[in-house]
Structures are given as structure tokens and as C-alpha cells.
Ligand binder design. Sequence first.
Ligand SMILES: Nc1ncnc2c1ncn2[C@@H]1O[C@H](COP(=O)(O)OP(=O)(O)OP(=O)(O)O)[C@@H](O)[C@H]1O
Ligand SMILES: [Mg+2]
Length: 299
Amino acid sequence: MTHDFDGFADAPRFERFTPSHDGTAVDDLDPSFVFDFHAYDDLESDTQRWSTWLSVEPLSRGPEPRPDWVVTSQGAIDTELGILKTGKEADVFLLERGEPGGPSVVMAAKRYRGEETRSFHRSGAYTEGRKTRRSRDARAMARKSAYGRTVAAGQWAWAEWEALKRLWVLGVPVPYPVQIDGTEILMEFVTVDGDGAPRLAQTRPEPALLESYFEQLREAMAELARHGLVHGDLSPYNILAAGDRLVIIDLPQMVDLVGNPQGMDFLLRDCANVCGWFRARGLEVDEHELYGELLAHAW
Ligand SMILES: Nc1ncnc2c1ncn2[C@@H]1O[C@H](COP(=O)(O)OP(=O)(O)OP(=O)(O)O)[C@@H](O)[C@H]1O
Ligand SMILES: [Mg+2]
């Protein structure tokens, strides 16, 4: 929408504003008194919002040191670019954050669904041992009311956020977690030539790459095991193939190997899912061998 100020409708979108009340020539001013004033057009209400970076609490922002592509400026605008994938619990959208005329970045926005009448398939077993402090929330979740579903969506989002941060700091290949705001996680968009990276399941790597992929996964799973962690839903559908590199995604159900009564079952299942796929592609790997090796890291 264009504002018409006394006929200046075509004035440049970005203007330099200088506080020269007395008509002092701009060039004579101490540069420290000169600041940039950006006059933006109105946001497109259905696809844009002001960047939420500064409105979330510090704990809701990604770990430091931050990659240099993270846009933190107050004047940045978030623009919705559309949906990337719909999933069982969440939908993943593409969101561009940037200052008009400045640097911008496209991120993946994973939004957990809360309102619909469907329940999470990931429930009981993963959350055993996790407590919901507010009893009102616990009761609402048990009743599966709309409010309860929103609480549950927020808890899954928060669990995935914590898992992403933890793994990122450990150096495990996961997308960099930029921020969380309620049921929305913004994270690094993993790409190949600018498009979303394919899931491992969709790829047919030649033997050398196949072997390298398996080594990368084995190392990532070992690092998790050393810290007593299990992905809990690892499969070639939750691993992205970014060229030579694998990136692990979809972590809301990450569990404690020992603290969760089914931790070891989840680990064995992760090993079976991963090894099954590699075997079908021609690599001689065995889930029980991998499982044994990972357990040895844990103790
Ligand atoms: N950071 C990312 N970069 C690129 N693509 C992503 C990213 N995160 C998610 N995706 C894409 O979105 C899909 C769904 O993401 P994810 O697995 O985290 O959600 P989900 O709700 O569990 O989905 P599903 O039910 O399909 O497992 C992924 O398979 C992947 O194709
Ligand atoms: Mg998934």
C-alpha cells in the first residue's frame, strides 16, 4: 500500500533522515548525530510480520556463537514463502527474514499443530518421566480439549527446540536452531542447490557416498549415546541428504537412553531402521552390531 504524503507518493522507499531543524547542511553535521530512518511500506498482513527475533526471550534464541547468516536486526521483516511439507504433527513452512535492501535468509519454520481434532501418535512412551507441572494443563491434555492440544503442541515444540540446541552444541549435524516462539521453531533450512534437501530415503548414493553416509550416522549416533541420548524416531525419512553431508531432523521425541524405561528399545529400533535402509542399498551392516557398539559408548 502506498501512502500519499502531499504528492510524494513516489518518494524513495528508504529515506535518509537528518535532524537538521535549523537547516544546517547535512554535510556539516557530526556523523554521530546522523541516523538512518527507514520508512517501510505497510506489511502485507497475510504474509508478513515484523521479525519476532527481539520479542522472544533470550532463552528462546539459538546458541552462541551464532552463524553469521542469522538476522537479528530490529527492522527485519518475516515473509511467509509457503509450505514446504505437511507432516503428522507439524507443518514445515519457508520463511524469509531480512531487512528490505539488507541481508536476508530463508529459514524452515516448523509449526506444531494444536487446534485440530487429531492426537499425537508420539505420546505415552516418549514422555514417561516427563512432568507437566501445571495440573490444569495435565488435565486439559488428558481430556484432549482444544486448549490441551495447544499445550501439547507447545510441549513438543519446546522438546524439539531443547534437543536441537543440545545436539547443535555437541556438534551433531542438525539444523541450527534460530528461535522458538510458542509452537513455532525457526531453524536453518537445509538445502541442495537452493532447494530443500531430499530425505535420505529418496536418494540412491553410489557406494563410496553410501559408506560415508553410514559413517556419519554412526558417529552422530555414537555422540548421542555418549551423552545418554537416543533420537527415538530415526529413519531415512528423518535424515536429510545435503550433498555429501547428512543432517538429522525431527527430534521432539529424543529420549534418555537410561532414564526412559524404553530407551534401549528406542535405540534398537533406530539402529534397525537405519541399518535396514543401508542394507537395502547394498551396504553390509548389522543393527545388532551397531546397537552393541552404541551401548558400549553409553557405559
Ligand atoms: N530444517 C529443514 N531443512 C529442510 N527441510 C526440512 C527441514 N525440516 C524439515 N524439513 C522437511 O520437512 C519434512 C517434515 O519435517 P519433520 O520430519 O521435522 O516433521 P514431521 O511433522 O515429523 O513430519 P513427518 O510426519 O513427515 O515425519 C522433512 O521430511 C523435510 O523434508
Ligand atoms: Mg519427520
